[in-house]
Design a protein around this ligand. Sequence first.
Ligand code: DP6
Length: 350
Amino acid sequence: MNKFTGNKNYSISTQTVVSSCPSNIALIKYWGKYERQIPANPSISYTLNNCKTNTSMEFVADEKFSVQTFLSGNEEKKFAEKIEKYFRNIEEFLPWILKGKYVIKTENTFPHSSGIASSASGFGAIAKCLMELDHQFSGAQDGDFKERKASFLARLGSGSACRSLYDGLVVWGRTKEVEDSSDLYAIQYPNDEIHEVFRHFNDWVLLIHEGEKSVSSTVGHGLMNTNPYAERRFQEAHENFAALKMILKNGDMTNFIKLVEHEALTLHAMMMMSDPAFILMKTGTLAVINKIWDFRKDTGLPLFFTLDAGANVHLLFPADKDEDQIKEFIVKELLQFTQNNGVVKDVMRF
Ligand code: DP6
């Protein structure tokens, strides 16, 4: 009899599951949260294609609960502590989870220092592995349920991770603009509401500054608790959803660019207005932004940017007839602002 569910007549001792999960880049940003990883406002992201975390999870049942983690072959004790805490935190949703020991091996397809959200793809991959194990212990589950629960569990590891479970444009956080949207998990934005021009997109990440971030996302989100502009910001995210919905439907590239860049700058403005204040852009970040604006003015071509909570610049541009001219400009004019010509080339995953 299976000791985890009591409803199966087989026993499972050692299980190894593997999973892969991409990273994502937000267009409307999640910045500010409440207890139990409830977002202060809805967010929407593109899921990336090449930047991924590949994870294998070995679970040995009946052993004392412990977690050992390896990142690219090197043991990482700090990461193991984080995962242990996470597993304890989600026990109520996976009752078997503390009844054994784990060896988790994980690697990213993108450089560690790139500032690409490894917590999103990392927790996404772990949540997928957990749902594979749950599937073994609790019996077959409906595919949609499994995906949704993986998104729910990923959220409890890292908020933005819950958006990595789906392809295309993905929404997390309740908004009246998107049916079935929820604070508890992400859902895919309906594909038939997205104009063709937004379905084939590049994201080239310029690595302006490699190295540790000066503000962790936990600290960063916490700063919104005392930011005097926070409520207005949360409200604006809702307003931006209403605007984005029309933009996506109509293929309105000009307003798409305006909205996405505004969101990125607002995120950084919020950090500058926090107490303590953080300026996460570097000289190179500002130089790149100005160059992009000049390029757009001169050519009218749709090259624009978004930023995460760091100095690196995500260059967004459609994968269409103009992309070669844009790529040429990036290589000639923008690479000079990176450290070691660092650029990660990705596309949106649809
Ligand atoms: C700026 O998801 O990393 O990338 O929930 O504390 O793990 P935690 O935060 P995290 O925050 C990401 C913030 C952001 C914007 C976004 O991805 O929406």
